[in-house]
Design a protein around this ligand. Structure first.
Ligand SMILES: *Cc1c(COP(=O)(O)O)cnc(C)c1O
Length: 437
């Protein structure tokens, strides 16, 4: 790894991790594209015996060059010295594979810094734990990923933390009304998820930021957003007023349905307190998963682009099929609707995860699912392979009937995540499965 550079770290007060000196971000005034940077950014082979790829650093602790260096490293870790740790100390805090991964992840969202975690949920939990205290109110868009709702409503609820929510498609005045309802209670954080699962409703991040600036002219709450469904390729929330972006890297970023991990991404100032919590509780991703994610990032743009193109073709076929009632796909938003307006301002692609409403009920949906031959029957999304599931009977089984109805989680709903197979093969599979439904 790179040599330490104490002077720079203490002068800038920002994250001074051990970046290799030869990092190239632009050539001849041309800023390099993230897809190019994924092949080498943040790693210098000369620091690892010339290995083209970073080794997996399986070690729990790191040897100091001297006692003075060890003291300096601990001054950074404990915050006694400003900035971030300049050398590696102990694997609960950080490791080379995780550092390289975090450098590369930051690039996609145009952020200064990133942290990786053992799961999407441990990323969200570490972020919330950093900012909330008894008596606070968390404001969030609804619906949220079920485990996030459980974490906020049940786990944090037991600790005297309350929540208020607004529907994902809400306008600025509607969001302002909800923010005002917090009254005297402190609102440390607004948590968004867009598009929401399984309704695929977009949150207007710019409206959330404007509402926040209006209601809290001083001491504005942080705005964090779960960008798992469209990020990091098709939606960049930091450009629209969010402070922190959260990922389940398990989905599109990992992309091969073979690991579980998460991330929180943002400015150095917004990341620093979350890093301190992660250092304390040890929710960091492991070196092996970090290495797998580095491999995944090299093909991120290829995989997501192909999955997005496939989804557009499959949805086109599904939309006009006689056995299909409707398709909840971001590429089909009604012209002139507020959702289409948010899409135009925030998104550069419609993703590859959508809702399919079949004609009929559970029997027809199950017959369709059981007849699929290429698509696999499994929850999760964003992998190379196409997956299909039945939210009402699976991920949302325990949701009360009234809330299910409000969220349009009906018995004829099938959730689909399109992979990178051949689009015509997928169309053939869906066509034969619809015939069986
Ligand atoms: C999967 C998912 C999570 C949780 O991520 P894990 O990696 O399973 O912990 C959070 N948010 C969204 C939107 C997800 O799809």
């Amino acid at each position: 790894m790179a040599q330490s550079n104490e002077t720079e770290a203490s002068m800038t007060g920002v994250s001074q991790r051990r970046r290799p000196k030869k990092n190239i971000l632009e050539i001849g005034g041309r800023r390099l594209d993230p897809s190019t940077l994924m092949m080498g950014y943040g790693y210098d082979p000369a620091l690892s015996e010339g290995a083209l790829k970073p080794p997996i650093f399986l070690t729990s602790t790191f040897a100091f060059e001297s006692a003075a260096a060890g003291k300096r490293h601990f001054e950074f870790v404990t915050g006694a010295r400003s900035g971030e740790v300049e050398g590696l100390v102990y694997s609960r805090f950080n490791g080379p594979d995780q550092e390289i991964l975090e450098d590369r992840l930051s690039i996609w969202d145009g952020a200064e810094d990133a942290l990786t975690f053992s799961s999407g949920m441990s990323a969200i939990a570490t972020l919330l734990l950093t900012h909330v205290r008894p008596g606070d109110t968390i404001v969030h868009s609804a619906p949220l990923y079920a485990a996030t709702e459980t974490l906020i409503g049940k786990v944090l609820g037991r600790m005297g933390i309350e929540w208020l929510d607004f529907p994902a498609g809400a306008s600025q005045p509607e969001i302002e009304d909800v923010l005002r309802r917090a009254g005297d209670r402190r609102v440390p954080l607004i948590f968004l998820e867009s598009p929401s699962n399984p309704t695929n409703t977009l949150v207007d991040i710019e409206a959330v930021r404007a509402a926040c600036d209006t209601v809290f002219p001083t001491d504005r709450p942080l705005i964090a957003i779960d960008n798992t469904f469209l990020g990091p390729l098709w939606q960049k929330p930091l450009e629209h007023g969010a402070d922190l972006v959260v990922y389940s890297l398990t989905k599109y970023v990992g992309g091969h349905s073979d690991l579980v991990a998460g991330a929180v991404i943002g400015s150095s100032a917004a990341i620093a307190p979350v890093r301190a919590t992660r250092n304390t509780i040890g929710t960091i991703t492991d070196p092996h998963s970090a290495w797998m994610l580095l491999r995944s990032l090299e093909t991120l743009e290829l995989r997501m682009s192909r999955a997005g193109e496939n989804a557009a073709k499959v949805c086109d076929m599904l939309r006009s099929h006689p056995k299909v009632e409707s398709v909840g796909y971001l590429g089909f938003l009604a012209e002139g609707s507020s959702q289409a307006d948010i899409y135009r301002r925030h998104c550069t692609g419609a993703g590859s995860t959508f809702s399919l409403y079949l004609k009929g009920g559970e029997a027809e949906a199950f017959a369709f699912l059981d007849a699929l031959r290429i698509a696999k029957l499994a929850v999760s999304l964003g992998g190379t392979e196409t997956l299909a599931s039945h939210p009402a009977a699976m991920t949302h089984l325990s949701v009360p009937p009234a809330r299910k109805a409000a969220l349009n989680i009906t018995n004829n709903l099938v959730r689909i995540s399109i992979g990178i197979e051949n689009a015509d093969d997928l169309i053939a599979d869906f066509t034969q499965a619809l015939a069986a439904s």
